[in-house]
Design a protein around this ligand. Sequence first.
Ligand code: SF4
Length: 456
Amino acid sequence: MSLSVFDIFKVGIGPSSSHTVGPMNAARRFVEELAERDLLAGVVTIEADLFGSLALTGMGHATDRAVLMGLAGYRPDRVEAHQADATVRRVNDERRLTLAGEHDIEFDRATQLRLHKREVLPEHTNGMRFTARDGDASVLHQAEFYSVGGGFIVRGGQTDATPDADTRAVAPHEFDTARELLELCREQGLEIHELMHARELTWCSAQALRSRLLDIWQVMVDCVQRGFHAQGLLPGILKVRRRAPKLYRQLANQPSPQPMQVMDWVNAWALAVNEENAAGGRVVTAPTNGAAGIIPSVLHYYLQFEPGADEDGVIRFLLTAGAIAILYKKRASLSGAEMGCQGEVGVACSMAAGGLVSALHGSNAQIENAAEIGMEHNLGLTCDPVGGLVQIPCIERNAMGSVKAINAARLAMRGDGTHKVSLDQVIRTMRQTGRDMSTIYKETSEGGLAVNVPEC
Ligand code: SF4
């Protein structure tokens, strides 16, 4: 199955791609199936059961809210905050929910949205089961879904998480490993972004591709701006204060350039995005929401501080970063619940490092080298969000990942691309490390910072 760069970069809402975007998509898919089977009008009760990591950290990741929005028929890329608030308020105040925006039922979230913290469905730790019943309590329809990271969902019993896996045309230049990718580029005389460009033309025109990529970039820019101008505390029991607005004001008013100003800006851009994400704002999943700040931050750095930077460089960056994410998606996973944070912040760092080298006209070998460095020094990174919220350590971790990505790109650009550890080897190591990692460090909030930092 051919993956597109737009399977990797998707517009969604915070705070989590696996715990917010995926569950919303799954719940919406379930009510769409009810409508397709002409069952919607006969539904009297809906039950939503969440298992494993979704149950353990779902409250902090707003999974409950996301499921309600999905059942109401909303899409993560289009829903506005006021629509989400109104739907949730109606469920809380009136115990009523309108399925797919057209069929109104009673819904008691205390008894119909259930968390099974000690139970895991067989195929993945992020499991969901939806059940629709008629007036006699007979099951009209039941389905299980898995949220497998980056907003991707898989229906129980299926293997491909790509939205239109059955109908999408196969792209040329298929690759499963970095070695194959580099070999294809060598054979065709293409740079990695050119090969990705050729693949994307299977599904849209060159003009549409450019415009969609620049739209993705614009969502990132808008997110940073909102993060710079927002105020106050982030939602949740931790009462975390936003830091990006103050840092932005300090930097914008700095009278003369300071030696470490570049790093301050990189931190500010990343914090702005991840604070917006934590507040449930609109972000680009890149490749997950928890790690959404790294690529926007490194792209801002490129445009603001690299001589000769332009829109074409942004396009090269995104296409190349997309190619790198496809490797991780195919050979390992983008899910914090499967890989720990190395699968989120680690992958984003690797993508951004390779993307930056591409924007700076580095060679394919230097891109592969940068992507490898970006992951090598995130291996073993655990996922242990305090209070189950995507705030500590997540927000700051994106600032650290952005700085690391820029450094990885610089190291690679100073060499000629030859190096000892290949990107394929480091991806394989990440996968093994993720499998060996105890579940308490994989988005369960049962270990690490989550048990050593008091929640309030
Ligand atoms: S610690 Fe990393 S993987 Fe876990 S929720 Fe935060 S950003 Fe995501």
